[in-house]
Design a protein around this ligand. Sequence first.
Ligand code: DLL
Length: 435
Amino acid sequence: MRYFNKKIECMDRKELKDLQSRRLVWLVDYVYNNVPAYRAKMDAVSLKPSHIKSIDDIGKLPFTAKQDLRDNYPFGLFAAKKRDMVRIHASSGTTGKLTVAGYTKRDLNDWAECCARALVCAGLDRNSTVHVAYGYGLFTGGLGMHYGAEKLGAMTVPASGGNTARQILLLKDFKADAICCTPSYILYIADEMEKMGVKKEELSLKAGLFGAEPWSDNMRVEIENRLGLKAYDIYGLSEISGPGVAVDCAYQNGKHVFEDLFFPEIVDKDTLEPKPYGEDGELVFTTLDKQGMPLIRYRTRDICSLTDEPCKCGRTHVRMTRVFGRTDDMLIIRGVNVFPSQIESVLMNNGGAVEPHYFITVDRVNMTDTIEVQVEVNEKIFSDEVGKLEDLRHKLERDLFAMIGINAAVKLVSPNTIPRSDGKAKRVNDLRKLT
Ligand code: DLL
């Protein structure tokens, strides 16, 4: 097994805990003295930096939420001096202002290391060619993976998103060993390859690092089959750094969280009480070594669980499951909580009859919530007789009812009708919010 930083990635857990403790003690003192908003939060609960002696004290610290970033927009949570900040990123949320993140040189170095570790997890090394098709710009995907690939010493292709025909040409001609993009974009690339008559064997892809949006194990199988590569899940968020907070290893059995830098907790999304490993809840991160914009107990809104079961790869850092929903993309339809990921898993469990391209519309008609799921049918089924399509539609409606407990109308649409994205896919339109 190969690692980018074996000493850290395979560190004995007791030693890792000591490292986390030392870093947390530093961090709390640092933010207390450099970020007025943190000082105010701590003062409000009469907490002094000296009260934090080890990582076990983390529960004493107040949470940080997206609203804190908005309230301190744009630079109010920066802890380092302006002259030491060297990079800004930002992500657009569903509501209002951008969420801004700022980095010092050391932060960029740590982040690049995380992405380099991730690439090694996916089996790459300095002899590899890495094609980065995440967007470059304020979004962290492109530049994050780019600097990671360079740090690894791989030949890096800064393709960015868009112009899919050219991407395919570059993949073919430069013989990239790996591609980094969203899971929805790689499927789009696969569709375009089919149209252009390019076979997967004409490319040299062995690995893909896919993330920035939720995806499922069924989607993994589809991607691996269509592209002939091994698909790794990579997780991250701009507030914490960007891609490379956690990543699958060769065993693809949960993403290792780089715990020397990001301390993960799972809390109950309503009571905010910490939950033990193995239980689902909201993922919370503390950045243990960041200078530019350190965050304490940042509520990601992502729902998943953690495990500290040993992993066969030898890495000792805990693993997180797939993100199976966000507290803020959970739809409440006729009082029932529904996650788009549940709908996706039903659609993808139909033996390949439908494509992983779907769009959910929620509306309110005569005071009652309605939900419609449009999904693309594969070419073969679409050209079959109408009776079969009707059977499929009824089956999907029954399966959806069994999964989510409410009736959803399914509309089968012809291949390639649902708009594709070269970045994060938009899959839900909740028209109720507009009224
Ligand atoms: O999406 C960073 C990133 C870029 C991660 C490239 C991986 C690859 P944001 O735009 O700030 O940052 O969005 C962060 O995206 O809170 C999750 O809800 C979601 N997300 C990111 N990775 C995954 C993943 C980047 N692997 C938000 N699975 C996060 C599920 C993911 N959701």
